[in-house]
Design a protein. Structure first.
Lengths: 89, 182
């Protein structure tokens, strides 16, 4: 794996507390001393947040798709009737 | 720019998750509707609330230490009730809700939609790969199968390449979108 990818892996292990403890301590020390590496670690943390939000949006889309299918497909007629009957009472 | 399509893998559909969502809908939504109907809710409100509950439930299932003392249906229904109580408390103060813990399902929306749209357009494949691992938390084995990589090692390398690519794009774009991450 090329150097920049190894750096990403080290940052990930440092951020998540995974991997070898000695390696994490070494990364910690490097981050304290190297401002570029510190900035990269910060951006990497932000990236995980962005990915999480992206994942959640994808899940929302999937749920909407299922909802749409359940309320429009003839395959789910009995489900639709059951739900509508609850609100007709 | 990194090229991530050298192996020309084909993404497999996430059918299993869709099936699970469909099952939860069929099993629990009628109960949720009955519960909300009794409390004056209509169908649209029930759908909206149930979808919110599904997201919370799904994310709970992904937590390492999540060990519910009841079945999926009962747990999901419990979340529906909490969501309803919280929504009601938001619209008007209700006495006796001190015991209802707020559900920490929504992180503050700090990611501008402009940036999200850009990432979807410029690197959807990478974003899909990354969310599969970091949000859905599928294993490297499943990841390599879903995205068609020859080995877990190869999928791991692609994952880090994607992480680097997206990180650098965010860094670059953040300069033009001002201090939105502060």
């Amino acid at each position: 794996m090329r150097t920049s990818l190894s750096e990403i892996e080290s940052i990930e292990n440092w951020l998540t507390g995974r991997g070898d403890q000695g390696d994490r301590l070494l990364t910690e020390a490097k981050i304290q001393l190297d401002t570029d590496l510190r900035a990269n670690a910060r951006w990497q943390e932000t990236t995980y947040r962005v990915v999480r939000q992206y994942g959640r949006e994808k899940l929302k889309e999937e749920i909407s798709k299922v909802d749409h299918r359940l309320f429009t497909s003839s395959r789910y007629r009995s489900f639709q009737a059951r739900i509508l009957s609850i609100f007709k009472k | 720019m990194l090229t991530l399509t050298q192996e020309k893998p084909r993404v497999q559909p996430t059918q299993s998750r869709e099936l699970r969502i469909t099952q939860w809908y069929q099993d629990v939504f009628p109960m949720a509707c009955a519960y909300l109907r009794k409390r004056g809710g209509d169908l649209e409100a029930a759908r909206e609330l149930f979808q919110e509950a599904l997201i919370i439930f799904y994310e709970k299932l992904l937590e390492d230490d999540f060990q519910p003392e009841m079945n999926d249906q009962a747990y999901l229904m419990g979340i529906v009730k909490k969501c309803w109580l919280r929504q009601r408390a938001r619209s008007k103060p209700v006495e006796g809700l001190e015991g209802v813990e707020p559900i920490q399902e929504n992180e503050p929306t700090l990611i501008p939609q402009k940036l999200m749209r850009y990432l979807k357009q410029s690197g959807r494949r990478c974003m899909d790969l990354l969310q599969s691992f970091y949000y859905e938390r599928i294993s490297m084995k499943e990841l390599s199968e879903r995205f068609g990589y020859k080995s877990e090692r190869s999928a791991t390398v692609q994952k880090y390449k994607c992480l680097e690519k997206v990180r650098d794009e965010i860094k670059q774009k953040s300069v033009s979108y001002e201090d939105f991450f502060e």
